[in-house]
Ligand binder design. Sequence first.
Ligand SMILES: Nc1nc2c(c(=O)[nH]1)N[C@H]1C(S)=C(S)[C@@H](COP(=O)(O)O)O[C@H]1N2
Ligand SMILES: [Mo]
Length: 329
Amino acid sequence: MHFLRQRHGPHIPSSEITPRAAYDSRRDWLKSAGALGLAGLGAGLGLEAAAQTAGPGKLAKLPGVRSNVAGAMAMDKLTRYEDVTSYNNYYEFGTDKSDPAQNAHTLKTRPWTVAIEGECAKPGRFGIEDLLKLAPMEERIYRLRCVEGWSMVIPWEGYSLAELLKKAEPTSKAKYVEFTTLADKAQMPGVRSGVLDWPYIEGLRIDEAMHPLTLMAFGLYGEVLPNQNGAPLRLVVPWKYGFKSAKSIVKIRFTEQQPVSSWTKAAQQEYGFFSNVNPKVDHPRWSQATERRIGEDGFFAKKRPTLMFNGYESQVGQLYAGMDLKKFY
Ligand SMILES: Nc1nc2c(c(=O)[nH]1)N[C@H]1C(S)=C(S)[C@@H](COP(=O)(O)O)O[C@H]1N2
Ligand SMILES: [Mo]
């Protein structure tokens, strides 16, 4: 991060943003939260923490109600909006951490439809406006840990993916769910390169996809997703490495066979299907035992120990009971 900041010019810490603007946007958010009857959010998080989850007001507001899903509210300090939106992996817009924020303005997020196909009784196409209304928007504060060894804590807006999947009525043959994301050379400079086999594909086992913690996200910090974070909708699977959280999804397919993700295709020995965060299973080229929290990342800052299933073990550990997690990495 320090390296990036030096290369790309001065970075303004959030503490130095015009206090008036910051104050106004937070007050507006609290007002809109109040109007929607979200007082419980303030009460649950402490007013300061709730106020922090308002974004800078650059994008359309998308407040969510406090989630009741177990594990949906990590109590860690939030990663600053500026870091969440400027340090990204979105290879369709370049492989540098700063590329997506610089390049993703060319992504067109309207009109947008998601096709739902495969092993289900009710396949179909959903427009983004209908998807936004499909279930109540919740705010969930999740840790997200990248396989590269850094992590963030992000307040997302969305609802459980299960809400959407069950509308399609998956059949008994639906053992897995495959996610395909947009790959359009005209909008995405990275797709003209061969770094990955496009489109970006990810997959989950059906029970993982149906788990209440698996989030269909439409926003962060109380606003719609910035393009670089996967607008207009992306997955967030908080107990898995970040790459399982596919951005800008255009197709969801129920399958009988285990999908092959783009990362597995690229390097099978390094990126397995499950990709659960696991400090005891090293990546072949580096340890996964510790991580660096973005924003606390002075070169000499202490690393944090990585937690089993990224700290969500009590919620998801049962999904893998009896499995050899070294084999099924
Ligand atoms: N379509 C697409 N989705 C993607 C990626 C990508 O390159 N393309 N990168 C993944 C990786 S490696 C991570 S760590 C997360 C990063 O999400 P964030 O930038 O919102 O933190 O997005 C994931 N989803
Ligand atoms: Mo990642």
